[in-house]
Design a protein around this ligand. Structure first.
Ligand code: ASP
Length: 283
């Protein structure tokens, strides 16, 4: 960005770097679904023209976020999944990589054992998650940026919730839910239980709050309070990063941890933390 790169370029490269890292649940290192397969998804949005792109049900695209950008810039659509998305990646010669890591295979075995071991009557995955939170750290990746031209962008990428049903789509590729960017307000990317982010259209809510004058930090905390108030299910983990049009940074979560960091002009390296502001209160 210092060399004049756009917000869209920077969120895509930041997310692509995390997809390649192997530590996160995105790209290489994605979680496995109940059938021991990977189905990745990603989205990207820019705030000037409100262009957006997303891809889902991807099995071996090295960088799902790059495919999301291709959907945004080179198709008439916003969201393409499965075979069609794979075909688009083939046309554009996107790199492939087997996303399955030994660590995820080990987690899969542990999670499956917890699901079936001695408790065959578990009615919902949420109960399992509540009993074994250590097995379900979510680790989706996201980035938000504001560039020299005053444009914002956001991107999010994930392997999805561990042990999800095949075909399940979470919040990460859904515009307004996992990702939102609008030059009238700012940008936001979400992590946590996708079904909750979808029902609260949480990234758009954060942007609407910023449009109404809240800072990125205030808007993020407000949205987590909304989760705590409206979602009373056993497992309501949620985390948000946001950026307002004044360059204000927001990060808040109700989970025990959320790794995050930022860099601003003049800083030689980013600052990063394992936790941001933990919000346990309700509205
Ligand atoms: N939000 C993601 C999903 O539900 C999970 C995550 O944040 O790690 O697919």
């Amino acid at each position: 960005m210092e060399k004049g790169g756009s917000a869209v370029d920077s969120v895509m490269e930041a997310v692509a770097a995390m997809e390649d890292n192997g530590v996160f649940n995105a790209g290489y290192g994605s979680s496995l679904n109940i059938e021991k397969k990977v189905e990745m998804e990603a989205s990207i949005m820019e705030g000037k023209m409100l262009q957006a792109g997303a891809a889902g049900l991807l099995t071996d695209i090295r960088n799902p976020v790059r495919l999301a950008r291709i959907v945004m810039e080179e198709t008439d659509h916003v969201f393409v999944v499965g075979e069609g998305a794979e075909k688009l990646a083939r046309f554009r010669k996107l790199e492939r990589r087997n996303p399955v890591t030994p660590l995820r295979l080990m987690y899969y075995e542990q999670q499956k054992k917890a699901l079936t071991g001695g408790k065959p009557q578990l009615p919902k995955l949420a109960i399992l998650v509540k009993e074994h939170p250590e097995l379900f750290s979510l680790e989706t990746v996201g980035a938000v940026a504001l560039d020299k031209e005053g444009n914002v962008a956001a991107a999010t990428s994930t392997g999805g919730f561990p042990l999800k049903l095949p075909g399940r789509i979470g919040d990460s590729p859904l515009i307004g839910c996992g990702t939102y960017a609008d030059n009238l307000s700012g940008a936001c990317s979400a992590t946590g239980v996708g079904e909750i982010a979808i029902r609260l259209v949480i990234s758009k809510s954060v942007c609407a709050s910023m449009e109404n004058g809240r800072t990125a930090q205030e808007a993020s905390e407000q949205a987590i309070r909304l989760v705590n108030t409206r979602i009373l299910s056993a497992y309501n983990a949620m985390g948000l990063i946001a950026l307002d049009m004044h360059g204000g940074i927001g990060a808040a979560h109700n989970s025990p941890n959320m790794c995050w960091g930022y860099i601003k002009p003049g800083m030689s390296e980013p600052k990063a933390w394992l936790k941001a502001k933990i919000v346990k209160e309700r509205l």
